[in-house]
Design a protein around this ligand. Structure first.
Ligand code: ARG
Length: 463
């Protein structure tokens, strides 16, 4: 990267070159070059507006736009030489523009500051990434819907405290994540709607004395409207924080699913298996098949949470309007956007790849007296016991079965009657896994009828 020796960008005020350390702490070009497309897009609409408003000559506006397009091409072809001394992407582009079009370039920054420029660039960038992330999330939801559909009757243990609780279906469990990622999607969309206002024209912080048309640059850049307060426009980063917060929450959801994949693919559980495409080996233990991707998705949540905390901390207590502190916003957002996208893609890959093991899930679901609640419910419905009394009686029956090392359904009728005089043979029928699952047909419950209805609704949303 080319180093310039002077403080030349600041014009007449500076005679001495900056200290090396000054440059090192100040420069953002290493990372904000990722904003080049948005920076050029913003400058194109600004220059055209300046020309249209008669603030600069049409011929200058045209020269500037032509030069900017050339710069975009140079950057895309890897021909652009970034300069560290020019600090950031904005100054790098402007300096190159001067090389290409000469004095006209010096008119581009009329009625604009890097403060509204960077706020505009960054909003455009985040908006773009929200759209990309949303599309990836939709893919993940579709992969989960496929799993849910093919395993809608598959019985597995439902857990509380990671102890067997009640039988549920694989489809129901998959659909729980569909709901979570669906809310993540709507969080990104909400954030997008709120952030879609244009800071351009706020200038340094107070607006400008030139007769600019903010409405027209806002429309050109696809914003809904210009931001209403110029101080707010250059000094807030809540749009970036909302993106980071949504990414963080989505990351937490991914990490929980990642953790479940790790648990389920263990020998102890054996509920699922991955193909070779999504398993890794060990360099010493030849027999191993490790779920590295699931572990990494579980771990990525740490980075996402870290970025959110970092930017919240940068912004906390900052006086209005712009302070250079805010340059620290970009790396966090870039890292989160990249991390989240990779984690979602890895998760979609695993969800598409994994195969459930119905027999293992079934036998695990049957263990631990998982249908005891069904018996208690039967006592309430058929013998009119209060739920508390039924709970006590069933508890005693579980104890009896446990002491004799048998299943609830195998308890002799006489023993059951000793605890619960009115009980009859028929009560045993509610103890099967299929009956248990099918009986939970309340709205949102695990019965395949309910789950099928939910799958249908979600499929319709993605048509
Ligand atoms: N690189 C700067 C940033 O990211 C651009 C804005 C600079 N503004 C200023 N007043 N120094 O925030």
């Amino acid at each position: 990267m080319k180093k310039k020796s002077s403080n030349e960008m600041w014009g007449g005020r500076f005679a001495e070159a900056p200290d090396d350390i000054m440059q090192a702490v100040n420069a953002s070009i290493d990372f904000d070059k990722r904003l080049y497309r948005e920076d050029i897009e913003g400058s194109l609409s600004h220059a055209s507006m300046l020309g249209r408003q008669g603030i600069i000559k049409d011929s200058d506006a045209e020269a500037i736009c032509k030069g900017l397009r050339q710069i975009a091409a140079e950057i895309e072809n890897g021909e652009f030489e970034y300069s560290y001394a020019l600090e950031d992407i904005h100054m790098n582009v402007e300096a190159r523009l001067r090389d290409i079009v000469g004095p006209a370039a010096e008119r581009l920054h009329t009625a604009r500051s890097r403060n509204d420029q960077v706020a505009t660039d960054f909003r455009l960038w985040v908006r773009n990434r929200i759209d990309r992330t949303s599309a990836k999330l939709e893919q993940l939801i579709l992969a989960l819907l496929d799993q849910a559909e093919s395993g809608v009757d598959l019985v597995m243990p439902g857990f509380t405290h990671l102890q067997n609780a009640q039988p549920v279906t694989w489809g129901h469990h998959m659909m729980a994540y569909v709901e979570m990622f669906g809310r993540d999607l709507s969080r990104f969309r909400d954030a997008r709607a709120r952030m879609n206002e244009s800071p351009l024209g706020a200038a340094a912080l107070a607006g400008t004395s030139f007769p600019i048309d903010r409405e027209c640059t806002s429309i050109a850049l696809g914003f809904d409207k210009p931001m209403a307060n110029s101080i707010d426009a250059v000094s807030d980063r809540d749009f970036a924080l909302e993106f980071l917060a949504a990414a963080s929450i989505c990351g937490v959801h991914l990490s929980r699913l990642g953790e479940e994949l790790v648990i389920w693919s263990s020998q102890q559980f054996g509920f699922i298996s991955f193909s070779d495409k999504f398993a890794t080996g060990s360099s010493i233990m030849p027999q191993k098949r490790n779920p590295d991707a699931a572990e990494l998705v579980r771990a990525k949540s740490g980075r996402l949470n870290g970025s959110l905390t970092a930017l919240l901390t940068v912004m906390k207590g900052l006086p209005l309007a712009y302070s250079k502190d805010m340059q620290e916003d970009k790396e966090q957002v870039f890292d989160s956007a990249d991390t989240l996208e990779l984690a979602i893609e890895a998760m979609s890959g695993m969800i598409g790849d994994l195969r459930p093991a119905p027999e293992r899930m079934r036998s695990a679901a049957a263990a631990g007296y998982s249908t005891a609640t069904d018996l208690a419910d039967w006592l309430v419905k058929e013998l009119s016991l209060s739920f508390r009394a039924a709970h006590r009686a069933t508890g005693q029956l579980v104890k009896l079965a446990e002491d004799s090392g048998i299943e609830l359904k195998d308890l002799p009728l006489a023993d059951m009657k000793a605890v619960c005089p009115g009980i009859v043979e028929e009560a045993r029928s509610v103890l099967t896994l299929e009956r248990s699952v099918a009986s939970r047909a309340s709205y949102g419950g695990t019965s395949p009828v309910q789950v099928r209805a939910q799958i249908k609704l979600w499929r319709r949303k993605f048509k």
